[in-house]
Design a protein around this ligand. Structure first.
Ligand SMILES: Nc1ncnc2c1ncn2[C@@H]1O[C@H](COP(=O)(O)OP(=O)(O)OP(=O)(O)O)[C@@H](O)[C@H]1O
Ligand SMILES: [Mg+2]
Length: 280
């Protein structure tokens, strides 16, 4: 678990001074699968919205887990992020599920995003598709925060997301091999920042699926904090919590499903911690 190539992420406060007025576009990314990206993107979106922020959640994963998490199967999805990326005439407004929750709109995904990657591969502007659509969105000034859920890869969908984002939030599962892939992700962030999107910075990492009963969780947490440098791993950790595993099948955020459980309490604390860093 060595991170010799890891660049020290930028201070969150430095970032704040330069971009306070603009909508923060937060990519939730980690190329490792099953680390809690979707859980984080969905529950932070819901909690930010509950705190009175205007939030847009964009699903850029062909698995469409974030969409499935929040949108009931009865809600028809007529257009998705696949249509958005492929068809120049389709705008973000055209695909939105508005008021999915109070203050929260969702740009849904579906399986077509898989095929979309192949079609995009031949397009010279392939990495700019999402950025362009976000820029063109008439309502963009109305959103305080945009969260983007990404797939477990560093392919074109994640690069599109990083190109369109101001910040990257990295969930790190508190398990052995936790840092697998993080070095490559940070290298990709560095390249996107250097070549395409100078605004981009790493806002921090969140330790997920933390099991306080195990020595392994404690050891991994302290090693991850060390590897990331102090101040860039949020102090709130998301515990392993069965209610968090159950909530998606009810299409409810953790706050709707069981507001008193440890998972909901952790997400409440994490939202407060992140919001106070962003808006202090
Ligand atoms: N803190 C937690 N405690 C227990 N289960 C969790 C927790 N966080 C997420 N899960 C469950 O673990 C699984 C993986 O989580 P999630 O889908 O958020 O990961 P992901 O990184 O988005 O996965 P993928 O890479 O496939 O997109 C899901 O079934 C989810 O409900
Ligand atoms: Mg996911």
């Amino acid at each position: 678990m060595t991170m010799t190539t890891l660049e020290k992420p930028e201070s969150r406060r430095t970032k704040l001074r330069t971009s306070q007025a603009q909508t923060r576009v937060i990519a939730v990314a980690n190329q490792k699968g099953g680390v809690g990206k979707t859980d984080l993107a969905v529950n932070l979106s819901c909690q930010f919205a509950a705190a009175g922020k205007r939030v847009l959640l964009i699903d850029m994963d062909p698995q469409a887990n974030a969409t499935d998490y929040l949108v009931s199967p009865e809600t028809p999805i007529e257009k998705s992020t696949a249509d958005l990326l492929i068809d120049d005439s389709i705008s973000l407004e055209d695909i939105l599920i508005k008021d999915c929750r109070e203050n929260l709109d969702v740009a849904p995904a579906d399986g077509d995003l898989s095929a979309c990657q192949i079609r995009l591969a031949n397009d010279i502007n392939m990495q700019f598709k999402l950025k362009k659509k976000l820029k063109e969105m008439k309502e963009s000034n109305g959103y305080d925060y945009v969260f983007i859920d990404t797939p477990p890869s560093l392919g074109i969908l994640t690069v599109n997301t990083l190109t369109a984002s101001t910040d990257v939030l990295i969930p790190v599962q508190t398990q052995y091999f936790a840092m697998d892939g993080v070095v490559q992700l940070l290298e990709t962030v560095r390249k996107v920042k250097e070549d395409i999107n100078p605004e981009l910075s790493v806002m921090g990492a969140v330790l997920t699926m933390y099991d306080r009963r195990t020595i392994l969780s404690r050891e991994v947490a302290s090693r991850v904090r060390h590897e990331f440098n102090d101040g860039t791993v949020y102090s709130t950790v998301i515990p392993v919590n069965i209610r968090l595993a159950e909530a998606p099948s009810y299409h409810k955020s953790i706050f709707e499903y069981d507001s008193g459980c440890n998972g909901a309490k952790a997400y409440g604390a994490l939202s407060e911690e992140i919001l106070s860093c962003l808006e202090d």
